[in-house]
Design a binder for this molecule. Structure first.
Ligand code: FAD
Length: 512
């Protein structure tokens, strides 16, 4: 192993064994796991590192888990879309990545999701112990009935009267149980004492001293040069160039960041790269393709006076999370008999703009067939890539039909006596295709832009995360997932990072 100089974050030249590019949900895990196994690791992150939680430097908005944080965002979006408002594609630019600003809902999906990947190292039975360890490490727990705020307590009642299977004693296990089916109940979360428990706290803090980990924060990765014996990372801190030389580079820039770094390095579809003014270095057409995400729409009602009063009382008493309950349901299109919908109520305090004084029931298609793509428009790392999610573009209209079934369920929930008296009745929701296309949002769960597989024509890396034909490059974030699981993707992404870190360190760690 190389022993790099004891670099400060201002050093323009750094040598290391492994460089991890992106310190988000996955990158923090990979860097920590390698460091604790004795590997010399440099972690490069575009956003700030606020140090250990105990240092007290983390912004309150990022720590507080009652609602999504909105600062520290990359500001990605779709650009103009005919006939509707543009989409924003939120991604965090901070150590801990999206785990530092997300909804902190913990879910694992269904065993059929991982078995469908068709990769022996990712069969559900192989993954089970890692899921269990990650849930523990991320301090996942389930809201109790006593913690349910006034809106969500009524949602539980409404689900019972709507005929949903509601078992609040075991539902927690359900959301984090790879074998569980549909039902409605309290959510599981990675929240500890009101703090969103991100991967910087869970994984980096224990290895910040006494290991070979160095963190270069506020350092933007531009591109890579891949040589037979090493990889050189070209980055910049402000306007100052930074160069990191490593035996192995692990890409963990997330589903938008990772393919963009690959493409700027000339790795991708040669025709697309040339069109962007980038000289191709390695032909891999799947880079940036197969972008796969859960499309989402909602039903809603304005808050009546009674509900406003209950919410204001609860806000004065303390913590009122906007999300606490969730239903998993089967649409009429469920092909495998497993749930294909998440139906989850959202209601923030009346003081926030987030739900604009409304109670919403969000509906997400968890088995979408539509795919999109991402590509850089030029070599400049300061220019955002073009992101086209292709929401609701599948030829058979599957995704539209699943969402329409889900909206009917959401309306039924809102019409139950436990809720309807405290909400303002509105006319029937337009369930037509045009209305759904106009309204569709997303559930923040993109994957697939550097997906694993055996065929270099349709995938970017092998099942160990090694980029086809360039084994010194490894991808270890949400972008390797071949298809999106029926889950919020933070816990599955951490499982991906744990597994790839284990495979990588098996080949890297020298005997002591
Ligand atoms: C608003 C929101 C809410 C969500 N809510 C939930 C939820 O409740 N539950 C759940 O399970 N999932 C949720 N998710 C999804 C989940 O957080 C993501 O799937 C997961 O965090 C992805 O992890 P990642 O490591 O692949 O990417 P990220 O966490 O995005 O990490 C990528 C990191 O790389 C850095 N980076 C990127 N490009 C560069 C570059 N060129 N140079 C240097 N650094 C770079 C980024 O700054 C970032 O820190 C949510 C996501 C969002 C955005």
């Amino acid at each position: 192993m190389s022993s790099g100089p004891a670099a400060s974050r201002d050093d323009p030249d750094v040598d290391t064994d492994v460089v991890v590019l992106g310190g988000g949900s996955a990158g923090a895990v990979v860097a920590a796991r390698l460091a604790e196994r004795g590997v010399d690791v440099v972690l490069v992150e575009a956003g700030p590192d606020y140090g250990p939680l105990s240092g007290g430097r983390w912004p309150a908005e990022i720590l507080g888990a009652a609602m999504l944080a909105t600062t520290h965002d990359w500001g990605y979006g779709s650009g103009p879309v005919p006939g509707r408002a543009p989409w924003t594609f939120e991604r965090a630019r901070i150590i801990g990545g999206c785990s530092a600003h997300n909804g902190a809902i913990a879910a694992v999906g269904h065993r059929s999701d991982y078995d469908a990947w068709g990769l022996p190292l990712w069969r559900t039975d192989v993954l089970r112990p890692t899921f269990a360890a990650v849930l523990d490490r991320m301090r996942v727990r389930t809201y109790t009935r006593q913690e349910a705020g006034p809106f969500h307590a009524r949602c539980l009642e409404a689900a019972v009267s709507a005929g949903w299977s509601v078992d609040t004693a075991t539902f927690a296990g359900d959301l984090c149980d790879l074998d569980a089916g549909d039902g409605f109940g309290l959510e599981s979360v990675n929240v500890a004492d009101g703090v969103r428990w991100n991967t910087a706290f869970a994984y980096l803090d224990p290895v910040r001293s006494g290991t070979g980990l160095r963190i270069l924060d506020e350092t933007l990765v531009d591109r890579l040069d891949v040589a037979p014996s090493h990889v050189v990372v070209h980055a910049r801190r402000g306007s100052a160039p930074v160069r990191v030389s490593a035996q192995t580079a692990v890409l963990a820039g997330g589903v938008y960041g990772t393919p963009a770094i690959l493409q700027r390095s000339g790795i991708g579809d040669p025709a697309d790269l040339r069109a962007a003014g980038i000289a191709p270095t390695h032909d891999l057409p799947a880079v940036g393709r197969h972008l796969h995400d859960h499309p989402m729409v909602n039903a809603g009602r304005a808050l009546g006076p009674a509900m406003r009063e209950w919410l204001d009382d609860a806000a004065r008493a303390g913590f009122v999370p906007e999300e606490q309950t969730l239903g998993k349901a089967r649409s009429s299109l469920s092909a495998d008999g497993v749930y294909d919908l998440h139906v989850f109520p959202v209601c923030a305090s009346t003081q926030t703009q987030l739900t604009q004084g409304r109670a919403l029931v969000e509906v997400a298609c968890m088995t979408p067939r539509s795919r999109g793509r991402l590509h850089v428009v030029g070599p400049d790392p300061l220019v955002a890539p073009r992101i086209d999610h292709g929401y609701l573009t599948d030829a058979d209209g599957h995704d539209l039909a699943v969402l329409r079934d889900g909206l009917r369920l959401a309306e039924t929930l809102l019409d139950q006596p436990a809720l309807s008296g405290a909400l303002v009745r509105e006319g029937p929701r337009d369930l037509g295709d045009a209305a759904l296309r106009r309204d569709v949002q997303h559930y923040y769960h993109p994957v697939g832009t550097a997906r694993m597989g055996t065929d270099p024509a349709t995938s970017v890396c092998d099942e160990r995360g090694r980029v086809h034909g360039l084994e010194r490059l490894v991808v270890a974030d949400a972008s390797v997932m071949p298809t999106v699981p029926r889950a919020n993707t933070n816990i599955p992404t951490i499982v991906v990072a744990e597994r790839i870190a284990t495979m990588l360190s098996a080949g890297l760690t020298a005997p002591s």
